[in-house]
Design a protein around this ligand. Structure first.
Ligand code: HEC
Length: 146
């Protein structure tokens, strides 16, 4: 009985510690970080979409600022070969780096444009600019996400 308990303790220790070191390994870390960023983008897009109903331009602007900030740093979150499980990053990212960079730029520019246009508080134009941003998400996913 005692020996069994002792074994379980050792096994638990090993499971804990290997998981711990994996979680701190470079590739796993950056993949998780960018996945979190993308999840946040999705939440921001939802928030903006909801804000049209009550014309909450302040919220739209805050969202656009966050998206733009992410667009400006996104390129740093894709070190070569960081598409191991469970990443959905497509290898085209590293085979066509210029095209990937362009897709990031399009997103950064579209979010900046959304911010600028929303300052005028013209709902139709703001919705149009929002759709352009959504188009840059989709455009990139089509080519660079599995
Ligand atoms: C320049 C390319 C690019 C742009 C722009 C882009 N994405 Fe992505 N997105 C990716 C890639 C690549 C992945 C896969 C990342 C991975 O799994 O390593 C991804 C993954 C995601 C995921 C899944 C995250 C997860 O937990 O697995 C969501 C949600 C997402 N993107 C939403 C968005 C939204 C919303 C936008 C626009 C506001 C956007 N993305 C813009 C390339 C892009």
């Amino acid at each position: 009985m005692n020996i069994n308990k002792y074994h379980i303790l050792i096994i638990t220790f090993f499971v804990c510690c290997t998981t711990f070191s994996f979680a701190h390994e470079g590739a796993t870390g950056i993949i998780k970080e960018r996945m979190d960023k993308f999840k946040e983008s999705k939440a921001i897009m939802r928030e903006i979409n909801k804000s049209f109903a009550n014309k909450d331009f302040k919220k739209i602007q805050n969202g656009a600022i966050k998206l733009n900030k992410w667009g400006l740093e996104m390129g740093n979150f894709f070190p070569e070969g960081s598409n191991t499980f469970p990443s959905e990053a497509n290898e085209n990212i590293w085979l066509e780096p210029d095209q990937f960079k362009l897709a990031i730029d399009n997103f950064a520019k579209a979010s900046k444009s959304l911010l600028k246009i929303s300052l005028d508080k013209d709902l139709d134009k703001t919705i149009q600019a929002f759709r352009t941003v959504a188009g840059t998400c989709k455009g990139c996913h089509k080519k660079f996400r599995n």
